[in-house]
Design a protein. Structure first.
Length: 324
């Protein structure tokens, strides 16, 4: 369920608003680590939105990498909305409006919202930009990765991130995950969502890019669909072109190659075509591989080899169970 709040352009005449409306840090002399990092995150986003001259925005809930939205994932958009409001520069669309649009259009929202899906929602809402992101538990702290998507083009025009120390309050918010708020549907033709994934089936890292198989299944028509979450863990964006030498070997020793490759609505039109994509630093991206004419009696993938320009070596992913 997307989470969006409506605030008007006109701010109330309240004495607690800061005199310098270009800064969103507020007037409190002391803030917690969470507040400090949220201020940093929001200030970076305000700068990017202002540079792109985008004033009407929608802020989505922030799921974890499994597509689940905790109370923390709901709280972050509220905090960002408050900080955007203080600048007197932005309209943030209300939650009820986005829910109404989704219901009327019979759309759903996947936990791992891709740029094309965000742009689709944004156009229906009449906003210029969508703010979305993820929350990742990295041990002693959590990492918030946010991205801003232009609704007219579906392109990511800015990213921002923050590390927040875990205290008892943050931990409590992270543990509260209402069952009905887990994203469980998809937009358009994207049928497989990260929200339905419960575990990693296979994982490997090449050149600072994580390749994580989260779903592999045989579907009618003798196809194998494989979902791979690709996360660029470096500090710089990287372009990778997954080519037609990508192949799999099933548990019967049979080789199948040249899958249709897709990211959201973007897919290879011809099997000889490379799937080129800019993987934004810190942003998980789901890649789907569709192998055809497979043997439906297979029950696992012994080896999946992903090859692509921009990688120093091929990605090897082994022992992947197949669901049917």
């Amino acid at each position: 369920m997307a989470f969006i709040i409506m605030v008007g352009c006109k701010s109330p005449a309240a004495s607690h608003l800061p005199a310098n409306t270009g800064n969103i840090t507020g007037t409190k002399p002391q803030v917690s680590s969470f507040d400090e990092q949220m201020n940093v995150l929001a200030n970076e986003m305000v700068k990017s939105l202002s540079q792109e001259k985008k004033s009407k925005i929608a802020i989505m809930e922030f799921p974890d990498l499994n597509g689940q939205v905790s109370e923390l994932g709901k709280f972050i958009p509220e905090e960002l909305t408050t900080r955007f409001f203080r600048t007197k520069r932005f309209d943030v669309v209300e939650r009820q409006l986005i829910n109404k649009v989704i219901d009327e259009q019979r759309l759903g929202v996947s936990g791992m919202l891709d740029a094309n899906s965000a742009a689709e929602i944004g156009k229906m809402l009449g906003v210029e930009a969508i703010v979305t992101g993820t929350i990742t538990d990295i041990g002693a702290s959590i990492r918030i990765n946010a991205r801003m998507i232009a609704t007219q083009t579906g392109s990511v025009f800015a990213v921002s991130s923050a590390n927040i120390s875990k205290d008892d309050y943050i931990l409590a918010l992270m543990k509260k995950i209402p069952a009905h708020d887990t994203y469980s549907h998809s937009i358009g033709s994207q049928e497989t969502t990260h929200a339905n994934i419960t575990k990693t089936l296979s994982k490997n890292t090449v050149d600072g890019i994580d390749f994580e198989v989260v779903s592999a299944k045989i579907v009618p028509g003798d196809h194998i669909l494989i979902d791979v979450v690709v996360t660029n863990t470096s500090r710089t964006d990287k372009e990778v072109r997954i080519n037609n030498n990508t192949r799999l070997y099933d548990n019967l020793g049979q080789e199948f190659l040249n899958p249709v490759r897709s990211i959201g609505a973007k897919k290879t039109q011809y099997r000889s075509e490379d799937l080129s994509h800019l993987y934004i630093a810190g942003i998980p991206t789901k890649v789907t591989l569709d192998f055809s004419n497979i043997d439906p009696t297979a029950n696992s993938i012994a080896l999946l080899k992903i090859q692509g320009w921009g990688l120093s070596t091929e990605v090897l992913l082994r022992n992947i169970p197949l669901s049917k």
